[in-house]
Design a protein around this ligand. Structure first.
Ligand SMILES: NC(=O)c1ccc[n+]([C@@H]2O[C@H](COP(=O)([O-])OP(=O)(O)OC[C@H]3O[C@@H](n4cnc5c(N)ncnc54)[C@H](OP(=O)(O)O)[C@@H]3O)[C@@H](O)[C@H]2O)c1
Length: 288
């Protein structure tokens, strides 16, 4: 009997999330994906597009309505997934991909989606994840380490501390919200630095699972395309790669041997430090 690798991907109706759904289904015949989408309609359209290209995936992908900023929606999605399983058929993995940039939202909203969102999803879905081999992949960003590099020493220590707690991360977010009016803080960088710190805590609390974060790289999506448009250049001229390229690190963290838990990885699927940028292709971070 096939032991299905069932994976939930949030924010999967477009961009890197949708490419990740395709990469999972492509890479493993034993995979099944819940394509998370806050809009059922957009999720169904994405599924239809995927199946028009790969009709063979028909029975292996299903839309799951899930708004990561809404407690009730997240819990309803977890209940829906739980209903689909027998006791001995757990979820294999969760990819926390849903995210927004800081350009059209205030700091509170960015933190709510990018940092509190993955936490809501983990709290609701982790009880369903296979305690023998389960994985969590948090889609973060190089903006996280870049943010930490510019922080005070005290904040750097907090955001890289192996013993960091959610209470400390939340207190930092609240402090930054209070400072927001000064306008000097990048909400997006803060949200991803806090997501990386949360990844440390979550991995510590769940030693039975493999839980890591990564940047997908600089990828052309609806999130980044406006930057090229604003400069009047083609996305590839700015170094943006197609969505498929953004799936390398997530797929490695989902199915490969990352070598640890609670770590952050670059888009080349090699470990990176939490407090400074490592270019893809540069030597991996060894934890020193
Ligand atoms: N593109 C890059 O270069 C880059 C670099 C570093 C990190 N990232 C990260 O990669 C992830 C995916 O980004 P992307 O570039 O693929 O952007 P995108 O094309 O804008 O896709 C973002 C996805 O997140 C969904 N989403 C937004 N708010 C949500 C919510 N409250 N609940 C559920 N889903 C929600 C969007 O759904 P709707 O269609 O409903 O809005 C969409 O499906 C993000 O976490 C982003 O921070 C991207």
């Amino acid at each position: 009997m096939t032991e299905w690798k069932r994976v939930v991907v949030t924010g999967a109706n477009k961009g890197i999330g949708l490419a990740t759904v395709g990469a999972i289904l492509e890479s493993r015949d034993d995979s099944f994906v819940f394509l998370g989408s806050r809009s059922l309609e957009r999720g169904q359209a994405a599924r239809k597009k995927l199946l028009s290209e790969q009709p063979d995936w028909e029975g292996r992908v299903e839309v799951l309505q899930l708004d990561v900023s809404d407690d009730e929606s997240v819990q309803a999605a977890a209940d829906e997934v739980a209903k689909r399983f027998e006791e001995d058929e757990p979820l294999y993995g969760v990819v926390n991909n849903a995210g927004i940039s800081g350009e059209h939202a205030d700091m509170e909203k960015v933190l709510d989606v990018n940092t509190y969102g993955p936490r809501r999803v983990c709290q609701a879905f982790l009880p369903l994840v296979d305690s023998r081999q389960g994985r969590v992949v948090n889609i973060s960003s190089a903006s996280g380490p870049n943010f930490v590099a510019d922080c005070s020493e005290e904040r750097q220590e907090l955001l890289t501390n192996p013993d960091v707690t959610w209470e400390e991360i939340e207190a930092l977010m609240e402090e930054c919200l209070a400072e927001e009016e000064e306008g000097s803080i990048s909400a997006y960088g803060l949200s991803k630095a806090c997501l990386n710190a949360y990844t440390i805590e979550l991995a510590r609390e769940h030693p039975e699972l493999t839980i890591n974060a990564c940047t997908p790289g600089f990828i052309e999506t609806d999130l980044t395309r406006p930057w090229a448009e604003a400069r009047g250049v083609a996305p590839e001229e700015m170094g943006m790669k197609p969505p498929q390229a953004g799936t390398k690190a997530p797929l490695h963290l989902l199915f490969g041997e990352p070598g640890g838990s609670g770590w952050y990885f670059g888009s080349d699927a090699e470990r990176s430090p939490l407090d400074r940028y490592r270019s893809p292709g540069d030597p991996p971070y060894r934890g020193d």
